[in-house]
Design a protein around this ligand. Structure first.
Ligand SMILES: [Zn+2]
Ligand SMILES: [Zn+2]
Length: 332
């Protein structure tokens, strides 16, 4: 049995060599990890007023000021595998793609809990909601929870070798989430503690998103047991924050980043994802500042404070340094 590889949408199939597996996975892996990230346009291509142009010029200057803090992407297994055909995306290319942006009608991120969450896992999702609100400068709301009984027996299985129950991710997107998307939602994101699979001959998938339709589901099943101790809690929190922000980034039309070490790098395993940074690179962070009309100084300040309060000192220090780099650009 092949151990799987997947993260951020890449999953392992049963019964193939690693090399054959990698070759076989490429098209599906890309389809799963980036569904719709090419131009799910909302019709709102951004403001073009002189004031908006002035703000974008400041964002460009601030992004330049951040560059000394960031390193070029070192080719990891994702860039030798599923990511080898990905070209990355400059800020200009992202603007050209007419990406989804929050607007007067769709202005909130919604999270829905699918299945049972114990105290610590619920706490982690609550913290993730708080962090995503800061990261994307958007209100984050909880939709009514959905029990796993909403998924019929025909859309579940017991993994033939491992024995755990798994839910069919595509069914969750199409039949559970899509009818529940609130009219004010930029995106509806489901977190579940159940394991997921994308189709019969795959072992599992960490998550799946349909960006054109603004829905996604991510599983915390493989993020470790947050109740095992403070270090395990922080590890599970960090993984959930990375997934929530990375996948929601795709929903704003941001493609995988191949130029810098960045939260928008793809990953081919949990280990590779653990080595990814939570921070966005100078090219990708401009997209979020622009799409979500952020105050970049305030955003870093709040991210620093969040990480400091939640045992993530390294990230807190990085966001402090980021804030200090850009403060002069904004006259602070
Ligand atoms: Zn991705
Ligand atoms: Zn990037």
């Amino acid at each position: 049995m092949v151990a799987l590889i997947p993260f951020r949408g890449v999953a392992g199939r049963s019964g193939a060599s690693r090399a054959a597996l990698t070759a076989a996975l490429i098209p599906l892996a890309l389809a799963l990890s980036c569904l719709g990230c090419r131009g799910a346009g909302s019709g709102n291509s951004g403001e073009t007023s002189p004031q908006a142009a002035g703000k974008r010029a400041l964002f460009a200057e601030a992004a330049d000021a951040l560059k000394p803090l960031h390193g070029a992407k070192t080719p990891g297994s994702w860039m030798r595998g599923p990511g080898r055909d990905e070209k990355g995306q400059t800020y200009g290319e992202w603007v050209e793609s007419d990406p989804v942006r929050p607007d007067a009608r769709r202005h909130s991120l919604y999270i829905v809990l699918l299945g049972e969450f114990d105290g610590d896992r619920k706490k982690i999702v609550d913290l993730c909601a708080e962090f995503m609100g800061i990261y994307f400068n958007l209100p984050v709301k909880f939709a009514d929870p959905v029990p796993l009984s909403a998924i019929p027996e025909s859309k579940r299985r017991v993994h033939p070798s491992w024995g755990m129950e798994q839910m069919l991710a595509g069914y969750i997107l199409d039949d559970v989430l899509l009818p529940r998307v609130p009219s004010s939602a930029v995106a509806l994101i489901a977190f579940t503690t159940s394991d997921l699979y994308p189709q019969d001959d795959w072992n599992f998938v960490f998550g799946m998103a349909s960006l054109y339709r603004r829905v996604g589901v991510w599983s915390m099943f493989r993020y470790g047991n947050p109740s095992a101790g403070p270090a395990e809690f922080t590890a599970c929190l960090r993984r959930t924050l990375k997934t929530g922000t990375h996948e929601t980034g795709h929903m704003f039309g941001i493609k995988h980043c191949t130029a810098w070490e960045c939260n928008m790098n793809g990953s081919n395993s949990l280990e590779e994802s653990d080595n990814c940074t939570l921070a966005l690179c100078p090219e990708c962070v401009r997209k979020i500042w622009d799409a979500c009309d952020c105050d970049p100084v305030q955003r870093y300040s709040k991210m620093e404070s969040f990480c400091r309060r939640n045992g993530m000192a390294e990230e807190a220090d990085f966001f402090r340094k980021s804030r200090e780099k850009i403060e002069p650009v904004f006259g602070r």
